[in-house]
Design a protein around this ligand. Structure first.
Ligand code: ZN
Length: 228
């Protein structure tokens, strides 16, 4: 993720409230379906959620968003320059948003059945959901990859809200714990969205890793996958 995101928010805070120390800030990216950004104050901390469609936005745009969100928070007037900068970006971004939508629709057609020859990914998901997540996770699309690529065991694709598992593992020689481990890992990605710690994107946070260690077949599964 972009460098200096926190600094930008701090600078804009200083502009709006000179001499006032900014509160602790937490910035997260979310896969909002449209360009959507929110800010709220909770227990003295500012929580900022930015649409992941803005992840590649130029610095001036991020500065504009920071200004707009903070101005809203503190009920200050929004500077016209920032407002128009942001508006210009969002409207030009409409084009790529549409492209994004088209990809989703096309992508959806490509999604294949969760039922493989050996394993049914939806069943695996539902069972893990009951065993480890109190049934609380909403099931995304579950699908086997089209190819037999081994370089990726599985991944969670937020654009399509899909968990994709490599078709290599749809085989009777693959123990159930290996499939379960792959799906469990991707379910943790659903539960722990990518966070920003300082300027770093934190994909496998400490909480993520701690929860991964709770998986009972972890060592067996890892060993099997290593041998492949
Ligand atoms: Zn991962």
């Amino acid at each position: 993720m972009r460098e200096g995101l926190l600094e930008i928010f701090h600078e804009e805070h200083r502009q709006l409230r000179p001499g006032v120390a900014p509160p602790e800030l937490k910035i997260e990216f979310f896969a909002f379906a449209n360009v959507n950004n929110t800010i709220r104050l909770r227990e003295g901390r500012l929580l900022v959620r930015l649409s992941d469609l803005l992840e590649g936005a130029p610095e001036g745009v991020v500065r504009a968003i920071a200004h707009i969100l903070l101005a809203k928070m503190y009920r200050r007037p929004i500077e016209r320059e920032h407002a128009s900068r942001y508006r210009r970006y969002v409207s030009s971004h409409d084009i790529s948003q549409k492209a994004h939508l088209v990809r989703q629709i096309r992508g959806r057609k490509r999604i294949q059945s969760p039922r493989g020859h050996t394993y049914d990914l939806e069943k695996v998901f539902d069972e893990l959901n009951t065993r480890f997540f109190y049934g609380l996770l909403a099931r995304p699309q579950m699908t086997w990859s089209r190819g037999h690529a081994r370089n990726s065991l599985g991944h969670y694709d937020p654009a399509h809200n899909a968990i994709v598992v490599s078709r290599v593992f749809d085989h009777p020689a693959v123990p159930r714990c290996a499939i379960e481990y792959i799906v469990y890992h991707e379910m943790l990605h659903l539960k722990h969205p990518v966070k920003l710690r300082g300027n770093r994107r934190c994909v496998h946070s400490a909480a993520f890793q701690a929860e991964e260690r709770l998986f009972p077949g972890l060592e067996n599964a890892k060993q099997f996958l290593k041998r492949l």
